[in-house]
Ligand binder design. Structure first.
Ligand code: FAD
Length: 244
């Protein structure tokens, strides 16, 4: 959105400790005005003054494997964006004169299928800080995978389940399907327990996995250790840095 009055927005947030507008949304919900399944407002300031990314809406009941369902979500998401826009203009400080600049062409989908890999990384691995000899990168992110029906609820965070290390190793085998040769699946298709996808699915770890998968695909003769060495040679982080 553009034309956001930043002074009004940040002034209000600071004065009322209104991070994510939780109390405001609660009041709007009680009055029957806020009908969305999520209850927090997320906006990110873009480099240009008065321009914000509104990363707020969460669609439930979408099957990312079904074209019809994704089309339906696209229409629903657009409709909902305009509803949210009206509410923001009326009720959120700083947005009275804001305008919609653009909406994503397609809805982002957090998860669909994952492969059955040569190794499946589990919640237990994260809790115990398991190290892997075939590490090709790391992720450094916490649990972040909402309950599909309650999109503001993060089960693992709410249950205060601890991740042992702030660097979570990414083993090469989670990208290798058990039964299909000549295929590597980096990104959110990797072989992990569902909750493990929370930290692993983010962009930085997808980039690390993509780099490793691309290198391995180009040089299939490499052993895993030689692959790690090739990645090291290009500045990839494949070893736990000193002090961790
Ligand atoms: C709403 C939302 C917010 C997020 N916010 C963040 C965030 O703030 N920070 C963060 O780090 N991560 C965030 N993520 C997570 C992250 O963006 C994704 O998990 C990550 O991009 C997944 O990468 P990927 O390569 O596995 O899949 P994708 O990025 O989805 O890439 C798959 C690509 O394959 C293409 N494709 C599909 N089918 C075909 C085909 N048949 N032929 C050719 N191409 C095809 C698609 O068009 C797409 O470009 C967010 C995700 C969502 C949904």
């Amino acid at each position: 959105m553009e034309g956001v009055d930043e002074a009004a927005l940040s002034g209000y947030i600071n004065e009322h400790h209104a991070n994510r507008m939780l109390a405001e949304i609660r009041r709007l919900t009680e009055r029957g005005i806020w009908k969305f399944p999520y209850d927090r407002f997320i906006c990110v300031r873009m480099p240009e003054e008065g321009v914000f990314l509104i990363n707020t809406s969460r669609l439930t009941g979408v099957n990312g494997l079904d074209g019809r369902s994704v089309s339906d979500a696209t229409v629903r998401g657009r409709r909902e964006s305009f509803e949210l826009l009206e509410l923001m203009r009326k009720h959120f400080p700083g947005f009275r004169h804001a305008k919609l600049r653009c909406i994503a062409a397609l809805p982002g989908i957090r998860e669909t299928r994952r492969i059955d890999g040569k190794f499946t990384m589990t919640v237990r691995d994260l809790r115990e800080g398991t190290r892997f000899a075939d590490t090709i990168g790391f992720c450094c992110y916490g649990w972040d995978l909402p309950d599909p029906n309650r999109p503001s609820y993060q089960p693992m965070t709410e249950q205060k389940i601890a991740i042992r290390n702030d660097l979570i190793p990414l083993p090469f085998r989670i990208m290798q399907p058990q039964k299909i040769a000549n295929l590597l699946c980096p990104g959110r298709a990797v072989s992990v327990e569902r909750d493990v996808l929370g930290p692993v699915r983010v962009m930085a770890s997808c980039m690390a996995m993509g780099e490793a998968a691309g290198t391995a695909a180009a040089r299939p003769e490499l052993s895993v250790e030689a692959l790690r060495e090739a990645l090291r040679g290009r500045g990839c982080i494949v070893d736990v840095p000193a002090g961790h």
